[in-house]
Design a protein around this ligand. Structure first.
Ligand code: DP6
Length: 351
């Protein structure tokens, strides 16, 4: 009898992304009510490794989860519930014990969304394990990974590729889908290929209302249907802007999307407000600076108080001066993170 225990180790580093057209509202389980477009960041990364140890006597999912080298039961429970959904596709999950290690390159509780990087990294690891355990390559590796990242957290499906990505069905893009994101390859004008995203940390710590709770509040929202129509139109418009290189149109669309996201929160059946006075102060400063200097910088927001200051990489020196001279005072402990459009996830090789 062969008593050798099979043990396989895989790892991926996967980044967060920032949405330009926002996903806000679900049709049903993890299916977006409207399409969304994002770009991938280069510096906000989760690094995850999984050691899978074969155990044929195992009953159901078994795992241990270490976050920043500390055993984390709360995360383990969340990941267990997620893997229970994945067992239909990855049936070997029932006969392998998983030892998962996860670290972020950005401080936990910095207010930067980590579910996108975390779930994309895990989904990529599952796909890599699948290939090694089944000894067969997946024919559409990143599509499967994107789908499983989505099941963990919707926005995570846009993190399995670098550059600009589209998630959700739109009539102008034949291969778009609600189940997974697609990478927008050739359609990006030079003006948008090298953007920077300076994330200004207005408030660290856990948000009062999670994104998942926020999505649910769209169910009985008086503006929901109208919002979904606008978002679908904005997706088509942004795809066109990204092709033609119209920076002014880009600025106005992306800022409107950010403000509409927060307006939806404030007008929910149970209203909530995630922006802070300093969020608004920074927005005012950005508008003033743009008006006075003509520098084409803009902001977007995710589901929190922090401001993403986006600009062309060619203006980076000027933008960083503006941040240091005029914005840093609005950031909690003067904290901000510099990002650019990233190349996407990287596989970790354990030779
Ligand atoms: C405002 O992807 O975090 O960042 O699918 O419930 O995990 P779940 O939600 P999540 O929502 C992200 C909302 C957003 C906009 C976006 O990234 O498109």
């Amino acid at each position: 009898m062969n008593t050798q225990i099979k043990e396989i180790k895989v790892g991926w580093e996967s980044p967060s992304n920032i949405a330009l057209v926002k996903y806000w509202g679900k049709k049903d389980f993890q299916s977006p009510a409207n399409p969304s477009i994002s770009f991938t960041l280069n510096n906000a990364v989760t690094k995850t490794s999984i050691v899978a140890v074969e155990n044929i006597e195992q009953l159901g999912i078994s795992l241990e989860f270490y976050f920043e080298n500390q055993l984390n039961e709360a995360f383990a429970d969340k990941i267990k519930a997620y893997l229970e959904k994945a067992v239909g596709t990855f049936s070997w999950l029932n006969s392998y014990h998983l030892i998962i290690h996860s670290d972020n390159t950005f401080p936990h509780s910095s207010g930067i969304a980590s579910s996108a990087s975390a779930f994309s990294a895990i989904a990529l690891c599952l796909c890599s394990l699948h290939e090694q355990i089944e000894i067969k390559p997946l024919s559409n590796f990143f599509q499967v990974a994107s789908n499983w990242a989505r099941i963990g957290s919707g926005s995570a499906c846009r993190s399995v590729y670098g550059g600009y990505n589209l998630w959700g069905k739109t009539i102008v893009c034949e291969n778009s889908a609600d189940e997974y994101a697609i990478h927008l390859e050739s359609e990006i004008h030079e003006n948008f290929r090298h953007l920077t995203d300076t994330i200004l940390i207005i408030e660290k710590g856990k948000k009062s209302v999670s994104s998942t709770q926020g999505h649910a509040l769209l169910k009985n929202h008086p503006f929901a249907e109208h919002r979904y129509t606008i978002a679908a139109d904005n997706t088509i418009e942004l795809l066109n802007i990204l092709k033609t290189g119209d920076m002014q149109a880009f600025i106005h669309l992306v800022e409107r999307e950010a403000l509409m996201l927060h307006a939806l929160m404030m007008t929910s059946p149970t209203p909530f407000i995630l922006i802070k006075p300093n969020t608004l102060a920074v927005i005012e400063k950005i508008w003033d600076y743009r008006n006075q200097t003509g520098c084409e910088l803009l902001f977007t927001l995710d589901a929190g108080a922090n401001v993403h200051l986006i600009a062309s990489a060619k203006d980076n020196e000027q933008v960083q001066k503006f941040v240091k001279n005029e914005l840093i005072g609005y950031c909690q402990n003067g904290l901000y993170f510099c990002n650019e459009i990233g190349m996407g996830p990287k596989k970790i090789n354990y030779a």
